[in-house]
Design a protein around this ligand. Structure first.
Ligand SMILES: CC(C)(COP(=O)(O)OP(=O)(O)OC[C@H]1O[C@@H](n2cnc3c(N)ncnc32)[C@H](O)[C@@H]1OP(=O)(O)O)[C@@H](O)C(=O)NCCC(=O)NCCS
Length: 179
C-alpha cells in the first residue's frame, strides 16, 4: 500500500529547495542516462528534459504529493508545436516529426518515484495535463519514447497510439492522443 496521493499544479506548491530536490531525484532516478562526464553535462541534461519546462511552461507542470508535501511524481509539458518553437530546436527528432507535431502539438515528460509506480499516479498526472490542453483548444498531445520502452504500453492505456517512427533505425516512436 502507498499513502494517499494528491495531484497539484506545480505553481501551487511552495517552491522550497526540498521540493526542488525531490523533483530532481525523481528525474535522475527515472532517466536512462546514469553517468555524466561532468557536472556541466549533467546540468545541461536536466535543463533539456526538465529545467526549461519548469521555468518556461510552469503552468503545465503538475506534481503528485503525499501527506507532508513530499513529491513522488511529476509531469512537465508544453503546448506549443515543438517543431516550430525555437526553444526546442536543439531536439533533433522534432524536425523529423513536424508533419505530426502539427496535429499533436502538446507534449509531456512524466516520471514517478520508483517506489510509487503502478498505483495510477502516472495516469492521473497525464489526465490533468490532457484536460488542461483540451480546455485550451489544443488538437492533440504527443510523447516521443523508445520504441522498445516498457512505458509504451502505459501510454497506450492512457489514450496514446503510435503515429510515426523517428530516429536512427526508427528507434523512437511518436505516440499521439487526439483531443
Ligand atoms: C512510466 C511511468 C511514468 C508510469 O507511472 P505509474 O504511476 O507507474 O503509472 P500507472 O500506475 O498509471 O500505470 C502503470 C501501470 O500500473 C497499472 N496501474 C494503473 N493504476 C493502477 C492501480 N491503481 N493499481 C495498480 N496498478 C495500476 C497500469 O495498468 C499500468 O500498467 P502498464 O505499464 O502495463 O500499462 C513510471 O513507470 C515511470 O516513471 N517510469 C520510469 C520513467 C519513464 O519511463 N518515464 C516516461 C518517460 S517517456
Amino acid at each position: 500500500m502507498i499513502p494517499p496521493v494528491s495531484i497539484r499544479r506545480y505553481l501551487e506548491v511552495e517552491a522550497t529547495p526540498q521540493r526542488a530536490a525531490e523533483i530532481d531525484r525523481i528525474f535522475y532516478e527515472s532517466s536512462n542516462t546514469k553517468s555524466f562526464e561532468s557536472e556541466d553535462v549533467k546540468a545541461a541534461f536536466r535543463e533539456r528534459w526538465l529545467g526549461r519546462y519548469l521555468r518556461h511552461d510552469a503552468r503545465f507542470a503538475y506534481v503528485a504529493q503525499i501527506e507532508g508535501g513530499t513529491i513522488v511524481g511529476y509531469l512537465v509539458g508544453a503546448t506549443d508545436d515543438p517543431a516550430k518553437t525555437a526553444r526546442f530546436a536543439d531536439i533533433a527528432y522534432f524536425a523529423e516529426l513536424e508533419n505530426y507535431t502539427r496535429r499533436f502539438p502538446a507534449h509531456l515528460h512524466v516520471n514517478v518515484r520508483a517506489d510509487f509506480r503502478n498505483h495510477g499516479i502516472g495516469a492521473q498526472l497525464i489526465r490533468r495535463f490532457v484536460d488542461d490542453a483540451q480546455r485550451m483548444g489544443v488538437p492533440g498531445v504527443h510523447v516521443v519514447t523508445s520504441a522498445d520502452a516498457a512505458n509504451v504500453s502505459f501510454y497506450n492505456r492512457n489514450g496514446f497510439a503510435e503515429v510515426a517512427r523517428a530516429g536512427r533505425l526508427d528507434s523512437l516512436v511518436f505516440l499521439g492522443c487526439p483531443l
